[in-house]
Structure formats: C-alpha cells, structure tokens
Design a protein around this ligand. Structure first.
Ligand code: MRU
Length: 347
C-alpha cells in the first residue's frame, strides 16, 4: 500500500492523491499554490486527521515560498495569514492546527532574517512532520498489536489507514502490525455514509495488502455483533479531549454504544498530536457540518426529495466511558484518561 503515497513533494510542488476518485482512479492533484491545498482539504481530496495536518504544513511552505516580503517581520505576518486560511478549511481534526502551530513556532523561534533561509526552514519542517507521522504509525502498530488476540474479527469505521496518514495508518496500522505478526485477522469495514470512506478506501487498502475484509453498511454493525461475528472494534480519532472523549467520523459513537452492549473492547488508535489537552471534554470539540448534498445525493444521483431538510455533521463524540483504551505512538492510555493522557502526552 505504501507505494501509493497520500501526498508527495515533487520539484517544488505538492502533489495530493485525489481520494475522492478512489478506488476507480489514482490521480494526483498538483498544488502550485496554497489555496489549491485549502480546496483539497475542504473537498476531502486529502482527508484523515494526520494527513490533513501534513498537507496543511506543506501548504504553508508552499504559500510562504511565493511571498516577496520587505523583511522578516512582514514575512511572518503573511505566513500567519496563510496559516489562518489553511486552518479554516476543517475544524474538527486538531492535527491540522497542531501542524500549523508547529510550523509557526519554528518560524518564530529561528534567529535567521534571510527570507530564502526562512522558506527553506518551513519546507524542511513540513517534510519532518510528514516523516515523523510515518514513524508514529509504526510505533502505534507495535503498541496496539499486543492487544490483538491470535485469531480475531475486528470491526472498523471510516478510514484510519495509510490513506489518512503518511505511514501504515492508525487503526489500520495496528491491524497491519498484527497481521504481520502472523495473527489471523478478519476485518469488517463499515461503509461509512455519507462519503463511503470505509467502502471506497478501507476495503481497497486492505485488499491490496491481502488482509481479509468484509464490507457492511453502517446499520448492519449491531446485527454483526449480535451474531457473534466480531471480537473487538478499532477506530481512529480526529480529536481527543483531556478526559478521553473521542471525536471521530460520524457513526463512531453508535458503534461504541453497540460494542458496550455486546461486551466488546472498543479501542481508539491515534498519535499524541490528536490529543487536545486544552479541551476538557468532548462537548467543546468543534464538529464540522458539511453540505447537505452529501446526504441528498448518492454517487451524483439525487436520492431524497428536493428541498428536504438535512442534518449532516461529519463527526460525533464518543464519551470516554465507552472507550476501552487509547493506543498512541507513545504507549497505551487506559482509564482514567485525565491521568494517562497527560503521561502519554509527556506533560
Ligand atoms: O472526514 P474524514 O474522512 O477526514 O474523517 C476521517 C476520520 O474520521 C478518521 O477516522 C480520523 O481522521 C482518523 S485518521 C487516522
């Protein structure tokens, strides 16, 4: 799967794999301007919390490269504006703001005045964010794999795989690590309405890696569990509050409630950059609302009456008491999360 890069830096430009075309077509969008990166994030050409963080970092480097400021102070002001534009694209995944803050922090801290050097520093920080995510996925896989039994059926929701990151993925990274360790794994993938990240992306990724996968629609998850066909759930996250409440793709909360009812472990896999210690609980996490056409239309075809009212939140919040453990790149956090998330976050 890693021969298909989520994004790549080629000859001074960012190329983004257009995930809206998958699995039928694999095409890259050439981003010569940071506004193209903003559009790509907004339209979900690139998606998944760590991937949009890395894309935003490259977007900032790209925008900065085109600036012709009078001096260092002007440069920083202009770069901060570009960061605000990139940040405004999607509100829920904190990795986006985390990556931009890291880029701005490096820029503000460096003592250099030469604009060319400052531009190079920004680009190398973007490369570092991308590279580190790859390593972070590997570590999450190593930690999480230990929680996976020798023979197991796993339900996942949305796509928290290679396509959502720079590496092997978060939830799917744990699954890949367990598969590599010789465990017998069968994955059940929720299709993930309305945009079908599970049907289009998760199944595609796993089939390429020859990991057995079965697709189901979201409303089948309860019956799947009732039939005893699944042993545990693993999902990714877009933002984790200090108390362990988890924002992830809409529908995750329903799966967590079902897992509780059926006595199944519900694991969340996410890098430490997804933990937002500035937010006490899930009620403070901003939830993105998306275009109603995503619900009224299916594959370009209208499936609901013209003018119907639509509710289309892209994420929901799973309360911490439904989360069995949080697998991070710095170890596994168990309840009580107010204490253990501080430890994994190094605070
Ligand atoms: O709207 P999306 O496709 O960006 O939503 C993605 C998810 O909800 C993922 O589960 C989450 O970002 C974790 S990706 C490692």
């Amino acid at each position: 799967m890693r021969n298909m890069e989520t994004m790549r830096w080629v000859d001074g430009y960012l190329e983004i794999l257009d995930q809206t075309l998958l699995p039928e077509k694999t095409e890259y969008i050439k981003c010569e301007h940071y506004t193209t990166v903003c559009d790509a994030i907004r339209r979900l050409n690139v998606r998944g919390a760590p991937a949009i963080g890395a894309a935003a970092a490259y977007g900032l480097a790209l925008g900065a490269a085109m600036l012709k400021p009078a001096g260092r102070a002007d440069f920083i002001v202009a770069v901060e504006q570009i960061a605000r534009d990139l940040s405004a694209t999607r509100p829920t995944a904190v990795n986006l703001q985390w990556a931009l803050d890291r880029m701005l922090g490096v820029l503000r801290c460096t003592g250099f005045d030469n604009i060319g050097v400052l531009k190079e520093i920004l680009l190398s920080e973007a490369h570092a964010i991308y590279r580190e995510d790859l390593e972070s996925n590997r570590r999450m896989g190593q930690f999480g794999e230990k929680l996976i039994p020798q023979s197991v059926a796993i339900l996942t929701h949305c796509n928290a795989g290679a396509l959502a990151t720079a590496g092997i993925g978060t939830a799917l990274g744990v699954i890949r690590a367990a598969h590599q360790a010789g465990k017998s794994i069968h994955v059940y993938a929720d299709e993930t309405r309305p945009l079908l990240q599970g049907a289009r992306l998760t199944t595609w990724e796993l089939m390429q890696d020859k990991i057995p996968v079965t697709l189901l629609t979201d409303n089948m998850a309860g019956y799947l569990m009732a039939c005893g066909k699944v042993d545990l759930v693993i999902v990714g996250a877009d933002r984790i509050a200090a108390n362990g409440d988890v924002a992830n793709k809409i529908g995750t909360y329903s799966v967590a409630v079902l897992a509780k009812e059926h006595g199944l472990p519900f694991y969340v896999a996410a890098p430490v950059s997804t933990i937002d210690l500035s937010i006490a609980g899930g009620q403070e996490i901003p939830i993105e609302n998306r275009d109603e056409r995503e619900v009224t239309h299916f594959a370009g075809q209208q499936v609901a009456p013209e003018g119907v009212r639509v509710w289309n939140p892209a994420f929901d919040v799973t309360p911490n008491h439904l989360v069995t453990a949080i697998i991070t790149d710095r170890g596994i956090a168990w309840p009580p999360y107010t204490e253990t998330l501080l430890v994994v976050a190094g605070k």
